[in-house]
Design a binder for this molecule. Structure first.
Ligand SMILES: [Zn+2]
Length: 316
């Protein structure tokens, strides 16, 4: 069934298919664009609903008192990898690193260790206080990307949008803002869950959790319907969008940007996702679960793993 007023934020097509109907008023249904296969929630939930779904999320999950050395050590290989994407002749100048939605600031602190000047934007003031007071990040900004852009003329050499774009309402608008902030030879790194990847779904714990959370708010959600409809990365009102790599090719083309490199990565990837364990090998039961996960993954993943990595530059 097509939705009136739908206008795909990726390709501007107006035809869509409703995949899952919302059980709750104001949550929006889950739709797939008939042209580019982008999956989104429509209509977008109100700001109040989006904001309230984040309340307390940081505090529950994160230690806000001292530096978490394990977390820091897991972030360093990622930031070194991002840094390696910058043309080495540019590294003689001080590299300005912009971390959009960077939370507690571990990526910024790691960038600082590598000699870059970090700028951190986030909505959560407590996270920013931690970044400032505990990690020593001086340039922090509380607000949206929109308000940050309005407040500065600066350009950035390395921009990081790591697992953020799926949380924000208008991906095309976000990419346009990133373009406006990117220095002439700058590189933007974008990471997001891959909606084409069945990998996380095959993991017993994650798959079950995903179905449980989605079925709270949407009707007809089951293992069978999710596989049939190929939805692996949606969770409104937290994840409002679910991408595949081709969606970004359209987005970058629209914004006159170029994808210089792209790939997908596995859960637990040592560079991109070391904090995300793909399986637990403790105990005999878990050992057999892990083995079956690895076999299922190699049979069904078809080289489409859970995370998308993109590095993006201006067109020459
Ligand atoms: Zn589309």
């Amino acid at each position: 069934m097509a939705k009136d007023n739908f206008n795909c934020p990726i390709c501007e097509c107006t035809r869509s298919e409703t995949l899952f109907f919302s059980k709750k008023e104001d949550y929006g249904d889950i739709l797939r664009c008939s042209d580019c296969r982008f999956v989104t929630v429509f209509p977008i939930p109100s700001n109040e609903i989006i904001t309230s779904s984040y309340l307390g999320l940081y505090k529950e999950r994160e230690n806000m008192e001292a530096v978490d050395q394990l977390k820091f050590s897991q972030v360093r290989p990622s930031v070194s990898y991002y840094f390696s994407k910058i043309d080495s002749s540019k590294k003689s100048n001080r590299i300005k690193f912009l971390d959009i939605g960077g939370g507690l600031g571990y990526y910024s602190a790691s960038a600082k260790e590598l000699g870059m000047t970090p700028y951190l934007i986030d909505l959560d003031s407590e996270s920013l206080n931690f970044a400032k007071d505990v990690l020593g990040i001086q340039k922090v900004f509380q607000g949206t990307l929109e308000t940050f852009c309005a407040s500065t003329d600066e350009k950035f050499d390395l921009i990081l949008l790591r697992h953020v774009i799926e949380h924000l309402p208008d991906p095309n608008h976000i990419i346009a803002k990133i373009k406006s902030l990117l220095s002439e030879n700058g590189v933007a790194i974008i990471e997001t869950p891959n909606n084409k990847s069945i990998e996380a779904f095959l993991n017993f714990g994650l798959g079950k959790d995903f179905i449980r959370k989605l079925s709270k708010n949407y009707s007809d959600v089951s293992f069978r319907t999710l596989i049939k409809k190929r939805v692996y990365a949606m969770r409104p009102p937290i994840h409002l969008n679910a991408f595949e790599i081709s969606n970004f090719q359209v987005l970058m083309e629209r914004n006159d940007l170029k994808i210089s490199e792209y790939k997908t990565y596995r859960l637990g990837d040592p560079i991109f996702w070391p904090n995300f364990k793909s399986y637990n090998s403790n105990g005999l039961k878990n050992f057999f679960k892990s083995i079956s996960f690895i076999i299922l993954r190699s049979v069904f993943s078809r080289k489409e793993y859970s995370g998308i990595f993109l590095s993006v530059t201006h067109k020459e």
